[in-house]
Design a protein around this ligand. Structure first.
Ligand code: NDP
Length: 477
């Protein structure tokens, strides 16, 4: 469901408006993902298309067959101790049971998403749910979304606990016990939805003006053609696949890993509890702030392709949960001081992450008529044009955490990510993959976002970067 948003437009900009209409492509080039592919982007995309599925397989296989050692499989192969076929043949295949579990899981999440309107906002003070508007798209469209992720998360978890612990309908270790067969199912869905999104972009896009074609098949497949593909009024691909089934599953996966520890060792270690609690806070925060999420880069700027489709189905649930998986194989019991230090780091990271995001959200929602750290916020006025040549105005805040660095929310996110990894001790590098990945992802995202903002706001962006010169760490980067 979409509406156009003329109200933010300032009619006084009529002359400029007309000029822009004569140069649609220039206007579009100022906003959203690339129109043309450079060699570096193409090489990166081909690398990811080829190797990302292998990376996921390698990590999961290393845990299942090599006790989470990343070096041992390579050593075995290099020394001729094992052949690729030996490793492959020891890998569990797709099973009927996993296919049924996965199909039921995804169907259930679709039902929760599409057919149960949000009721949480009616009784949870401060929670924003129900029908909400997204940001204006490059074509000047404002989509409407049914925000009911928190409700879906709660219903799913209540049913999980009831069925696993009260009715014993399935074991709480069910996810761990089917982990690799489920990986094949997640891949099938990830590829199917990305391929469908590409075909849809060509033949029946939801909004043709919000499509981008570079002419390069691989780039379009990876980065997506359609901005907001939908089926019917409400099934929004980005919101559904970004949030559910992957993020709802995240906490269940961790709970299943904790249950496996209990089954194998008769206890759940404090490190496993830390990972469950810190990642649980992150997941709950995501759903509590799902309406805010409509204004983040994933929804506001990324097109829907393999990067989001496959990434949300496979990469996120399998690699973001590596710490819990590792702790099943290596049950680490931390000294209390160590555990408390990690908890503090994780909570501080979360606080910075949330407060920084909150400050921007409050600032944008109130158009600067708010208080940040007890004072009226300072900001830089800026303007940009949409695909139809309309001129819009916006503000970039230079107060609060946004005055410390241009992406201090990423810094908080990185602190939290480091805490999850540290909970796993220092025996293996595998659990540290997450912090390395997040550092690359968020630095790249920071540069990508700044490139986009620079094209979108032009000289106004330069004034902003002069006022706030650092990206992630004040005085350093
Ligand atoms: P931001 O929430 O930082 O949004 C960036 C956008 O905010 C810019 O494009 C610009 O958009 C606007 N903006 C930039 N500077 C200012 C300012 N000074 N004042 C007001 N608005 C400004 O980025 P993301 O959407 O990437 O991230 C949201 C959160 O999600 C972050 O905390 C991040 O850590 C987290 N995240 C987590 C991931 C994970 O996998 N765990 C992955 C990605 C993100 P506009 O065009 O509207 O001006």
């Amino acid at each position: 469901m979409a509406t156009h948003l003329p109200k933010e437009k300032k009619p006084t900009e009529g002359r400029k408006h007309q000029n822009m209409q004569n140069d649609t492509k220039t206007s579009q080039g100022q906003w959203g993902r690339a129109w043309e592919v450079d060699w570096f982007s193409l090489a990166s995309i081909l690398f990811l298309l080829m190797f990302a599925p292998l990376i996921v397989y390698y990590f999961i296989m290393s845990c299942a067959q090599y006790q989470c050692s990343l070096a041992d499989p390579l050593l075995d192969l290099l020394t001729g101790n094992k052949h690729l076929s030996d490793i492959w043949n020891s890998t569990p295949t797709l099973t009927y049971r996993a296919a049924v579990i996965y199909a039921l899981w995804v169907t259930f999440q679709v039902v929760l998403y599409l057919f149960i309107p949000d009721f949480c906002h009616k009784f949870l003070p401060g929670y924003v749910g129900g029908v909400q508007e997204g940001a204006v798209t490059p074509a000047g469209v404002v989509n409407k979304y049914e925000i009911n992720g928190l409700q879906a998360w709660i219903i799913t978890h209540v049913l999980w606990f009831a069925n696993a612990y009260c009715f014993h309908f399935f074991s709480p270790t069910i996810i761990f016990d089917n982990w690799i067969p489920l990986l094949w199912c997640a891949n099938i869905l990830g590829y199917a939805v990305s391929t469908f999104a590409m075909i849809k972009g060509y033949f029946f896009p939801t909004n043709a003006k919000d499509c981008k074609f570079t002419g390069n098949f691989f780039y379009d497949y990876m980065m997506g053609i359609e901005f907001n593909p939908r089926i019917g009024k409400w099934f929004d691909f980005k919101l559904f696949f970004n949030g559910r089934p992957g993020i709802v599953a995240w906490t269940l996966i961790n709970i299943s890993f904790a249950a496996k520890q209990q089954e194998l060792y008769g206890q759940v270690t404090n490190s496993m509890i830390l990972v469950n609690v810190l990642q649980g806070i992150y997941v709950l925060d995501f759903f509590w702030n799902e309406a805010w999420y409509l204004k983040t880069i994933d929804i506001c700027h990324d097109h829907f392709g393999w990067y989001l489709g496959w990434g949300d189905c496979v990469w996120l649930p399998y690699l973001y949960t590596l710490q819990g998986l590792y702790l099943v194989y290596h049950p680490v019991q931390l000294h209390t001081a160590h555990a408390v230090g990690i908890l503090m780091l994780g909570l501080l990271g979360y606080y910075i992450f949330r407060m920084t995001n909150h400050q921007k959200d409050l600032f944008r929602r109130t158009s600067g008529n708010c208080r940040i750290w007890g004072k009226k916020p300072e900001y830089i006025e800026c303007s940009y044009t949409s695909v139809d040549g309309s001129k819009y105005y916006s503000k970039l805040m230079t107060s609060g955490f946004w005055g410390w660095a241009r992406h201090f929310n990423y810094t908080g996110d990185l602190m939290g990510s480091l805490a999850y990894c540290l909970a796993c001790g220092f025996k293996h590098v595998l659990p540290y993959f997450y912090i390395v990945y997040m550092a690359i992802l968020l630095t790249h995202r920071c540069l990508r976002d700044e490139h986009r903002c620079s094209s979108k706001y032009g000289k106004d962006w330069k004034r902003y970067t002069a006022a706030v010169p650092y990206r992630l760490l004040p005085g350093i980067f």
